[in-house]
Design a protein around this ligand. Structure first.
Ligand SMILES: [Mg+2]
Length: 373
């Protein structure tokens, strides 16, 4: 048997229903749209990848519709006929010919690694040096915007054992309103339950200085991306000024961003996402920078469905400094799925599938049902 090569690449847009509207400072999500990549190889193996955005173009630079166009027009012709086994070689080729487009590259690299894992009969994590753990802690985002409802939701999830850390999305309202909302939730849940906030860049540096002082006083455990992503120096000033940890999310996009932030001291925690960094292998490069700089890590999500979530979990499971756990709850927002067997959440964590590749199988009837026509 000769070396397998890439025969064909298909990009499918699917719209999946969600359990409730998800409120962020810049968007309200009522369904989840994802681009599913199917990479067909000459040895009959199919690799899967996913690229998902938050609220169309509200969060990142790439849209589902644009990603499909990029894959169909530029990526597929470039990779067709190339040997399928080396993600490094294929990504080098993509990076040489295609600028930016990190979400697309992440989905493609995932599909290549999934196919190679299936070919060798090992999980994707094994291709990345091996997993440290088979389960990852997962927090839950309280995003109803209503204080009483959020407290009720948190208490139910604590007693069912599904989650014991909660994140609040703020920045949509006046800081005073948001801070009162968050402080009331933290006060009710108590000191044993971690409560973090994500401002999603909504505050100016001046507002952040006052807001974070009050959040720190209220006992909030972590402050995520309080100011605009381009203000690396401002993030460094806030990190030095406060004792509550400050996390870089939108700012910590690429490997180069991680390096610049680490040099400045912008953030004592980095939120890593495969879509921002352009793939799983780049996550390990960012993690190495963080490790060298003494920066803690957090496994972030672009609210991916099951394929993107498991891809993220595979690489996060290889990281030794994932001190803040993960937010890999994307599949829990979906009321239906396109994979045959969904992932399991229990005891505050996600159980990572251990089958070859991502350990997932597409349900083609479901893909047909939710595929954008
Ligand atoms: Mg965030």
């Amino acid at each position: 048997m000769g070396e397998a090569f890439i025969e064909r690449i298909e990009a499918v847009i699917v719209d999946l229903p969600t359990i409730r509207p998800h409120l962020l400072s810049m968007a309200v999500m009522r369904k989840q749209t994802m681009v599913i990549v199917r990479l067909f190889c000459s040895d009959g193996i199919e690799g899967l990848g996913e690229a998902t955005t938050i609220g169309g173009l509200s969060y990142g630079d790439e849209s589902p519709e644009g990603m499909k166009l990029t894959i169909d027009t530029y990526v597929a012709p470039l990779l067709q006929g190339k040997p399928a086994g080396s993600a490094n070689a294929l990504m080098a080729l993509l990076n040489y010919h295609i600028q930016g487009n990190y979400f697309v590259k992440s989905a493609l690299e995932t599909a290549v690694l999934d196919a190679q894992g299936k070919r060798l009969g090992v999980p994707v994590a094994a291709l990345l040096g091996g997993a440290i753990t088979q389960t990852l802690p997962v927090l839950w985002t309280l995003a109803s915007g209503d204080t009483t409802k959020d407290i009720q939701e948190a208490q139910n999830l604590i007693s069912s054992g599904r989650h014991h850390t909660f994140k609040l999305k703020i920045g949509r309202n006046a800081p005073k309103t948001d801070i009162a909302h968050v402080s009331a939730i933290k006060a009710t849940l108590g000191s044993d339950i971690k409560v973090t906030v994500d401002v999603n860049q909504a505050w100016s540096e001046g507002v952040a200085k006052q807001g974070i002082a009050q959040l720190q006083e209220a006992g909030i455990d972590l402050i995520e991306q309080p100011i605009i992503k381009s203000n690396f120096e401002g993030l460094a000033r806030l990190t030095h000024y406060f004792r509550v940890p400050i996390m870089a999310d939108e700012a910590a996009g690429t490997v180069a961003d991680a390096f610049k932030l680490a040099k400045l001291g912008g953030g004592s925690v980095f939120a890593l996402k495969i879509a921002k960094s352009g793939g799983l292998i780049n996550i390990q490069k960012q993690a190495a920078i963080a490790l060298g700089a003494g920066i803690s890590l957090y496994g972030g999500t672009m609210l991916e469905g099951t394929i993107g979530t498991v891809a993220s979990a595979q690489v996060f499971s290889t990281l030794p400094n994932l001190d803040w756990g993960t937010e890999l709850f994307g599949p829990l927002l979906l009321t239906d799925d396109i994979v045959k067997k969904r992932v399991t959440y229990a005891n505050g964590g996600l159980e990572i599938p251990q089958g070859p590749g991502l350990g997932l199988e597409l349900d083609l009837n479901q893909v047909e049902k939710y595929k954008r026509k």
